[in-house]
Design a protein. Structure first.
Lengths: 320, 304
C-alpha cells in the first residue's frame, strides 16, 4: 500500500453559540493515502463537512478547532503559519464544494477564476494561465473550452459549473482533493459523469481523494475505504467491499438497509428510527444508543471506543 | 452600444413628459401677467402683454410653441436678470457639478474603506465605532456641520477659505459638509452589502484557492458588493447637482440650488422652468450612467 498522505488525529471542532458550546466534531481520526479515495459518510450534521473544512482551515465562524492534529506532508496543518497554509490551499490540497451554482463568483469569467489559481501558485502570466485553463476545461470534458473560458458562471448549467469547479481544483495538480458532496446538487446522469471524472483523475494523477457524501451509491462507485460518522464521531471504518459485505456497527447496517436494491422486491425500505441527536444535548454513553436496536444498559452509561474487528476494519460498538 | 442607443432613445419620451410638467407648473401657480407687471399696471397694458406672450391662445397651441422653443434651446428670458434663462442655469452648472463631484469623492473615499473594514471586523469595537460614527454623520444637520467646519478650519486655523469659489481649496469644506451625510449612508450600505457577500459560497471557494484574505475581500467580495452601492451613488449625485441649498447658502456657493430658490421666490418662471428641466435631464443621465456601471460590474445583466 502507498504512503499516508493525510493523517487526521483526534480532531475536535466546536461552535461557540449563544446557547452554549456545540461540539461538531468530536475526536475524529482517519487517514488518506496517495491515490486512494476515502469516503466520509453520514447524515446531515454529523460533522463530515466541518471535518473537511478543518483541513484547509476554512471552518466558518463561530466554529473553532479545539484539539487534535492534521498532518500533511509531515506538517501539522493546525500549527503552520497562515502564509504556509495559503500556499497549500488550491495548490497541494484543493476542494470541490457541494453547490456548483453558488460556488463560483458570478462577476468573473470562468477563465479568470481558473487562471487565478495558476497565476497565484504556478506564477503563470495571464496568457499562460488562460491557455492552461482551456487545457483544464478540456480535461474535465467541457466541449468548446476556448469559448467557455470567456463565459460567466450564469451562462453554464449546474453540471458544467461543477466541471469548472473540478478543473479549478485540479489546475495545480493537487496531492489531495477534498470533494464535499460534489454530486448532490446534480441530476443523476451528470452525477455519474462527474464521479467517472473524479475516478479517472485519481488514477491518472495519483491524487488522494476525500469524498464527503451521504449517498452510499456514490460510495460504492468511487471509494476505496469508507469512514462512517455519527454525531461528530467515527463509528466505523473499513475497506469499501468489506463494509458493504460485512457492516458491523448498527448505524452502518441501518444506512445500508435503507438503500433500495434493484434485484430484490422489498415491501418497505429499512429506516433508522429517531433522528440525529441535538449536538447541544448529546445522549450519555454511546451517542447512537437512543436509536440503536441493540442498545443495552452499558451503552447508556459508557462510551465505546473505536476497536479493530478485522484487517483495516474498525467499529465503535460494544455489542458486535 | 445597442444598449446605449436604446437607452438614449428611451430618454426622449421622458423629456416630453418633463417638458409638459414644467409647462403646466407655471400655469397652475398663478397668472404670469400679474406677476410680471407692477400692481399699478392698467388693464390695457395687461391685455397687451397677454397678447404678446401668446397667453390667449389655446393651451395646446401654447404648449407646442413652448416645445418648439425648447428644441431650439430657448427657455425664455429671466425677467429679473433680463438674460436667457438657460444661460443663467448653465452658468451655475460647473459650480454645482464640481461640488457634486467633490462631495461624492469625499463620500466614496470615506465610505469604501470604512464600510469594508466594519464588515470584516463585524461586531468588534471598530465596527461599533464606525457604525456609531455613521449614525452621527447622518444625523448632523448640514448647516451646523458647515458652520463648525468654517469656524474651525477657516476662522481658527485659517487653512481653507470661508466661502465663495475660485480655487480647489474652496471646494474642501463644502465637499466635506455634503459628503459626510452621504458617506454615512454609504458606509452602512457597503457594510451590509459586504456582510451578505462575505457569507456567500464563492468567497469560501476563493479562500480555498489560497488567495490572500485582502484579495478575497477586495476582489471577490467588494466587486459584488458594489452593485447596490452604485445605485445610491447615482441617486446622490443627481440630488447633489440639483442643488444643495443649505450648504450653498452657508458657503455662498454659486450653485444651482441658490439660483433655483431665488427664482422661485421671485416667481422668475423662465429660470424655474429651465433649471427644473436641466436638473431632470441630469437625473436621467446619472441613472443612465448607473445602468452602464451595472453592466460593467455584473455580467449577469449584460446577457439577459
Amino acid at each position: 500500500m502507498s504512503t499516508s498522505l493525510l493523517q487526521i488525529d483526534d480532531l475536535k471542532v466546536q461552535f461557540k453559540t449563544g446557547e452554549g458550546v456545540v461540539p461538531s466534531v468530536n475526536g475524529v481520526t482517519f487517514s488518506v493515502n496517495e491515490g486512494e479515495t476515502v469516503a466520509v459518510v453520514g447524515e446531515s450534521g454529523c460533522g463530515k463537512s466541518i471535518t473537511s473544512l478543518s483541513i484547509l482551515g476554512l471552518v466558518p465562524s463561530p466554529g473553532e478547532i479545539s484539539g487534535g492534529t492534521i498532518k500533511f506532508g509531515g506538517k501539522d496543518l493546525l500549527k503552520i503559519k497562515k502564509r504556509e497554509l495559503r500556499k497549500l490551499r488550491g495548490n497541494d490540497i484543493s476542494m470541490i464544494f457541494q453547490e456548483p451554482m453558488t460556488s463560483l463568483n458570478p462577476v468573473f469569467s470562468i477563465g479568470n477564476q481558473i487562471g487565478e489559481v495558476l497565476r497565484l501558485h504556478q506564477k503563470l502570466d495571464k496568457k499562460q494561465a488562460l491557455n492552461k485553463a482551456v487545457e483544464m476545461l478540456d480535461l474535465v470534458g467541457i466541449p468548446d473550452a476556448e469559448k467557455v473560458v470567456s463565459r460567466f458562471p450564469h451562462q453554464l448549467s449546474g453540471g458544467m459549473r461543477q466541471r469548472v469547479m473540478i478543473a479549478m481544483a485540479l489546475a495545480c495538480n493537487p496531492k489531495l482533493l477534498i470533494a464535499d458532496e460534489p454530486t448532490t446538487a446534480l441530476d443523476v446522469t451528470i452525477q455519474a459523469q462527474i464521479l467517472e471524472l473524479i475516478k479517472k483523475l485519481k488514477t491518472d494523477f495519483n491524487t488522494g481523494v476525500i469524498m464527503i457524501t451521504h449517498d452510499l451509491g456514490v460510495v460504492a462507485e468511487v471509494a476505496d475505504r469508507v469512514v462512517v460518522m455519527y454525531a461528530g464521531e467515527v463509528v466505523e471504518e473499513a475497506p469499501v467491499n468489506e463494509l458493504f459485505a460485512n457492516p458491523k456497527h448498527p448505524y452502518t447496517k441501518g444506512l445500508l438497509s435503507s438503500i433500495p436494491n434493484v434485484d430484490q422486491v422489498v415491501e418497505e425500505l429499512g429506516t433508522i428510527e429517531g433522528s440525529v441527536p441535538n449536538p447541544l444535548n448529546l445522549p450519555k454513553g454511546c451517542k447512537f444508543n437512543p436509536r440503536c436496536p441493540l442498545a443495552t444498559e452499558r451503552c447508556r452509561k459508557e462510551s465505546p471506543v473505536l476497536e479493530e474487528v478485522g484487517p483495516a476494519h474498525q467499529k465503535r460498538c460494544f455489542n458486535v | 452600444m445597442k444598449f446605449l442607443i436604446k437607452n438614449i432613445l428611451r430618454i426622449i419620451p421622458v423629456l416630453f413628459i418633463i417638458s409638459l410638467i414644467v409647462f403646466l407648473l407655471v400655469r397652475v401657480t398663478g397668472d404670469p401677467v400679474s406677476l410680471m407687471l407692477p400692481e399699478t399696471a392698467t388693464d390695457a397694458e395687461r391685455a397687451q402683454l397677454r397678447e404678446s406672450l401668446g397667453l390667449n391662445d389655446p393651451l395646446y397651441i401654447q404648449y407646442f410653441t413652448y416645445l418648439g422653443d425648447l428644441i431650439t434651446g430657448d427657455f425664455g428670458e429671466s425677467f429679473r436678470y433680463n438674460q436667457p434663462a438657460l444661460g443663467l442655469v448653465l452658468e451655475r452648472l460647473p459650480a454645482s457639478f464640481g461640488l457634486a463631484f467633490a462631495s461624492m469623492l469625499v463620500a466614496t473615499l470615506i465610505s469604501i474603506p470604512l464600510g469594508i473594514l466594519s464588515a470584516i471586523k463585524r461586531n468588534s469595537f471598530i465596527d461599533l465605532f464606525i457604525t456609531g460614527g455613521a449614525v452621527l454623520g447622518k444625523a448632523m444637520p448640514n448647516f451646523w456641520l458647515g458652520i463648525m467646519l468654517i469656524l474651525l478650519f477657516s476662522v481658527q486655523l485659517n487653512i481653507f477659505p470661508v466661502s465663495g469659489t475660485g480655487s480647489l481649496m474652496h471646494f474642501v469644506l463644502p465637499a466635506i459638509t455634503l459628503g459626510t451625510a452621504i458617506a454615512a449612508e454609504m458606509t452602512r450600505l457597503i457594510r451590509s452589502s459586504m456582510l451578505e457577500i462575505l457569507g456567500q459560497e464563492y468567497i469560501r471557494t476563493a479562500r480555498s484557492k489560497g488567495l490572500l484574505e485582502a484579495v478575497v475581500v477586495n476582489k471577490h467580495g467588494f466587486r459584488n458588493a458594489l452593485i447596490p452601492v452604485v445605485t445610491i451613488m447615482a441617486l446622490q449625485t443627481a440630488t447633489l447637482i440639483g442643488g444643495t441649498l443649505i450648504t450653498e447658502t452657508v458657503f455662498s456657493w454659486p450653485g444651482m440650488g441658490q439660483l433655483l430658490i431665488q427664482a422661485v421666490n421671485l416667481r422668475d418662471m423662465a429660470v424655474v422652468q429651465a433649471a427644473t428641466f436641466i436638473i431632470a435631464l441630469l437625473v436621467i443621465i446619472s441613472n443612465l450612467l448607473a445602468d452602464l456601471a451595472y453592466r460593467y460590474l455584473d455580467p449577469r445583466i449584460k446577457y439577459d
